[in-house]
Design a protein around this ligand. Structure first.
Ligand code: HEC
Ligand code: HEC
Length: 232
């Protein structure tokens, strides 16, 4: 691949990606998902704030930030908790007591909140995580997280130079549909690390995420989690 022009590389990756994308839309997330954020706010304050905070930024390190997450992802996780596709004893009870309308409304409110981040824990760890997130590992085993996550940040504008291990990754280019992973930036480091250690739900995307997580060393998980947490 090294001898090919960057555009040819991009094209071949994109074509491979489009083949993978066909028919892989998982779950029952309607494309036009929306909800009543005013009702959502009341619901979150009454039933979620103790753990996730009134605006979804939470306080505990192992409770994920929900503020600013994509509405479709939030909704899909609530469905998955409630039908057991994603296992969490805490969230199972809460999600199964919510109506479909409640799930949409809470998701709509949370998606519209501003996400905070955490202070940089260690500059060296963060730098290691940044390289992994944007470029993947030097040995090619771990793909760049940026291939699927937080694409709206605009790092594709500068091209994909240096990005490694893009097999099956979704990219916003040439009008291609994007296989977007959820927003990670600003997520709590301890939660990211915990998720990477324990990917176990059975959706096709999570299977891919499981393979990626399995290819990472513990040090790489820590580093990327540190980088993510410090960049809301
Ligand atoms: C008792 C504490 C608690 C309460 C109350 C609670 N949650 Fe959670 N929530 C958690 C924990 C802990 C997790 C992480 C679960 C895991 O990954 O094992 C979580 C995960 C989630 C996730 C997945 C986020 C992601 O990034 O994947 C969503 C969505 C969510 N909660 C929504 C809600 C909503 C909406 C409410 C209120 C209706 C709520 N939660 C109430 C503790 C709580
Ligand atoms: C091929 C695309 C792809 C790549 C590359 C990728 N991810 Fe993911 N990731 C996903 C998708 C899709 C999901 C959502 C899975 C689901 O719906 O349950 C996800 C979910 C996650 C979650 C759970 C988020 C939450 O809020 O619970 C974490 C953490 C995560 N990825 C971290 C990473 C890290 C770190 C990297 C880089 C080392 C990475 N991912 C690379 C596609 C990808």
């Amino acid at each position: 691949m090294r001898t090919l022009a960057p555009f040819a590389v991009a094209l071949s990756v994109a074509l491979g990606v489009s083949a993978l994308l066909v028919g892989r839309e998982s779950g029952a997330t309607p494309g036009d998902l929306s909800g009543d954020a005013v009702h959502g706010r009341a619901l979150v304050q009454a039933r979620c704030a103790a753990c996730h905070g009134v605006d979804g930024n939470g306080g505990l390190s192992t409770v994920p930030r929900l503020a600013g997450q994509e509405i479709g992802y939030l909704y899909r996780q609530l469905r998955a908790f409630s039908d057991g596709a994603r296992v969490s004893p805490v969230m199972a009870a809460i999600a199964s007591s919510m109506s479909d309308r409640d799930m949409r409304d809470a998701s709509a409110f949370l998606a519209g909140q501003e996400r905070h981040g955490d202070a940089v824990a260690s500059a060296a760890l963060e730098e290691e995580g940044r390289a992994l997130f944007l470029q993947g590992s030097a040995d090619g085993r771990v793909p760049a997280c940026a291939a699927c996550h937080d694409a709206s940040r605009g790092w594709f504008a500068g091209g994909m130079r240096g990005m490694r291990g893009m097999h099956g990754a979704g990219m916003p280019m040439m009008g291609m549909p994007v296989r977007n992973g959820p927003r990670l930036f600003g997520q709590r480091a301890a939660y990211v690390e915990q998720r990477l250690r324990g990917f176990s739900d059975g959706t096709p995307e999570a299977e891919r995420m499981s393979a990626i997580a399995a290819s990472m060393t513990l040090q790489q998980k820590r580093a990327v989690a540190a980088y993510i947490a410090a960049h809301p």
